[in-house]
Design a protein around this ligand. Structure first.
Ligand SMILES: [Zn+2]
Length: 409
């Protein structure tokens, strides 16, 4: 390597090393602490932090006394307004859009219904419109926005940003999501699988002391699992890890699109539970609705089903409890395979079953355990909330820009 040829690359790399250390510290670090945290020399830390201060990416935020004699040390923190990232989550029913500042705090948020038709071009236009709205409302200069992270249902081609063939939204097959959204907004974009993005956000907001080995179960139109193993978000060989839909948990169960019976995804997804509710007479089919219920009808009927169960309805409760039993079987297998000790649930349909799952799933897990599991499995709700996948997609943009070893996209 010719001497000096890569100096700008090394300088930029050192900036990301410093920013990453400051981001992860939470409350900021002094220059001396940064030397210890990064392994860079004191002179390099001084030079790089000066550049970051000039760029407005960090700020000096008070000082901390030292043990023993010596001057108090100035603390360097992120300047939240120094840079921003947009996160978009494309779900078959809803498009969520968030704007994150450099500290990964949500500055703006908007939602709109996804087109009922499932039309790809219309979906991209709506997403671009949502991005425009939050940027305008926030007043943030476009030059400070690093890009857009899009969380989309898999399978995806992370290299080209194409949605390959999502089973629940055939209209999006082959959608060149990254390039089309970039063209429609004028901002660079990246595409990640929705469950991966959700796991990223959950991991960022993990409470102190939480274990670094957990699964995130995303309960949306379908069900998917994001994995954090040894404190890293696990994406798999092609960035498509987490497709749990066709693992069989109930061989005598409902027929799945893959031709087999009792696939986990099919047995718990809201559409299936609602159709069971209609068959059992708990729900009535809306007038004029055919066998193939549209997404908004499924959403309304799912609310009715869960409300009936909450009111003590036996038949409605039995349908949900069957989904809890299938989830328990699936999680018993997953936990035995990966030795995770925590499962976090989230997604747009989770809130409606949350209370019942949190009460009954641990009991069912204890019953299914049969001495297989070496430790209990903790069940929790997302600490991030309904926007988890959109927030995670925006975190990926910040990670790519400011983390020295991002391997996610
Ligand atoms: Zn299947």
């Amino acid at each position: 390597m010719p001497r000096g040829a890569n100096l700008p690359v090394i300088a930029a790399f050192n900036e990301t090393v410093l920013l990453d250390a400051i981001r992860r510290s939470g409350s900021g670090l002094s220059r001396v602490e940064l030397v210890g945290a990064t392994g860079l020399s004191a002179q390099t830390v001084t030079n790089v932090s000066r550049r970051l201060l000039t760029q407005g990416l960090i700020r000096e935020a008070g000082s901390r006394p030292v043990d023993g004699p010596g001057k108090p040390r100035t603390i360097l923190q992120l300047e939240p307004t120094g840079s921003y990232a947009v996160g978009v989550h494309l779900d078959p029913t809803v498009i969520t859009c968030v704007l994150l500042d450099l500290e990964s705090a949500v500055v703006e948020h908007t939602r709109r219904h996804a087109p009922v038709s499932g039309d790809a071009a219309e979906t991209v236009l709506l997403a671009a419109d949502a991005v425009g709205e939050i940027l305008e409302r926030s007043g943030v200069e476009r030059g400070r926005v690093r890009g857009i992270g899009v969380a989309a249902p898999g399978p995806i081609d992370a290299g080209t940003g194409v949605v390959v063939s999502p089973p629940l939204i055939p209209g999006w097959s082959g959608l060149r999501l990254r390039d089309e959204l970039a063209a429609a907004t004028g901002l660079p974009a990246l595409v990640a699988k929705d469950v991966t993005a959700a796991a990223v956000a959950e991991h960022w907001r993990d409470p102190a002391g939480a274990s670094g080995d957990f699964a995130f179960v995303y309960y949306g139109t379908g069900v998917g699992v994001g994995l954090v193993l040894a404190n890293q978000v696990y994406t798999g060989a092609s960035h498509n890890a987490g497709d749990v839909g066709h693992s069989i948990v109930d061989p005598g169960g409902a027929l799945c699109s893959c031709g087999r019976r009792g696939c986990y995804g099919e047995s718990v997804r809201p559409r299936q539970l609602v159709q069971q509710g209609i068959r059992d007479g708990v729900l009535s089919r809306p007038e004029g609705a055919g066998d193939d219920l549209d997404v908004e009808t499924v959403d309304e009927l799912f609310t009715a089903l869960t409300a009936a169960a909450d009111d003590g309805g036996f038949a409605a409760g039995r349908i949900l409890d069957h989904s809890i039993a299938n989830t328990s079987l699936y999680l018993t297998n997953l936990s035995a395979l990966l030795d995770i000790d925590r499962v976090v649930f989230g997604g747009p349909y989770w809130g409606r079953v949350e209370a019942r799952y949190l009460e009954r799933l641990p009991l069912q897990l204890a019953e299914d355990d049969m001495g297989i599991m070496t430790h209990p499995l903790t069940i929790a709700s997302s600490a991030v909330g309904d926007d988890v996948a959109a927030i995670g997609a925006a975190c990926l943009v910040l990670d790519r820009a400011f983390s020295p070893r991002s391997n996610l996209t």
